[in-house]
Write a protein that binds this ligand. Sequence first.
Ligand SMILES: NC(=O)c1ccc[n+]([C@@H]2O[C@H](COP(=O)([O-])OP(=O)(O)OC[C@H]3O[C@@H](n4cnc5c(N)ncnc54)[C@H](O)[C@@H]3O)[C@@H](O)[C@H]2O)c1
Length: 258
Amino acid sequence: MLLAEKVIVVTGAGSGIGRGIAVAVAEEGGAVVALDLDLSGARETAAVVEEAGVGALPLAVDVTDGDAVAGAIAVTAGRFDRIDGWVNNAGVLRMGPVLESGDEDWARQLEVNAGALLSCCRLAARRMIDQATGGSIVNVASNAGKVGYPDMAAYNASKAAVISLTRSLAAEWAADGINVNAVCPGGVETPMLSQVARWIGERQGLDPEKLVSEMTPVQLGRHIQPIEVGRIVAFLLSDRAAIIRGQSINVDGGDTPY
Ligand SMILES: NC(=O)c1ccc[n+]([C@@H]2O[C@H](COP(=O)([O-])OP(=O)(O)OC[C@H]3O[C@@H](n4cnc5c(N)ncnc54)[C@H](O)[C@@H]3O)[C@@H](O)[C@H]2O)c1
């Protein structure tokens, strides 16, 4: 049990990879605070987590609302006393070629994927420093932050920012006993992947179901499942990962060789 007695906050925990992370944390004995815009999704995740015999607290939180995040930290402290780990997983993707996209598309993706992530890191780190316990933070970036896929330039840039922030924050908070790493998934079977397939299907007159079935990492030959990403995140949250610091690790089935 890598996370026994630990309390882990997961943003965007009501769906997809966030739920996979929550379940993987529970498998390792950690309690989960599931934050999401969508309270019903967060509640479903909490119910699955509780089946594993650990504590769970679902909360409706928009990560772009700093007061709401601070409130969630206070509620978490009331229920569990402390926070040992924080996973910034909430993210949004708006498909569109740069020539057809507006400043608002850029602003929203940078706000949720990078700006709110930095604010959450700051609030989590303050809490860990106040507790004098240290802790660990894992950010969910994307291989898109390294590759630069077409028709998602702002998303790519937001994830590149996450990779850079991860490196900086690891260096800045090492002396406080806080470890910061990121994962870079690709091709995970979630609603976001279906969203990409629908968009391409509409533009190119192709069947979205067939497209999504083809969006598999070449070496792996199948979709990555959210729980598989979750288990890597759970490891990075644990003390065993102490020698991995400031890294953005590809969890994309071998698609990205750098
Ligand atoms: N699916 C993939 O193939 C893939 C690949 C690489 C990276 N990612 C990243 O993984 C993360 C999770 O993606 P997913 O595929 O599970 O997507 P998803 O759309 O299934 O889940 C995203 C969750 O985040 C929540 N969310 C969105 N904005 C929020 C906000 N402002 N505040 C709180 N919650 C918010 C949503 O309600 C949803 O529950 C994202 O950061 C995404 O960019 C996904």
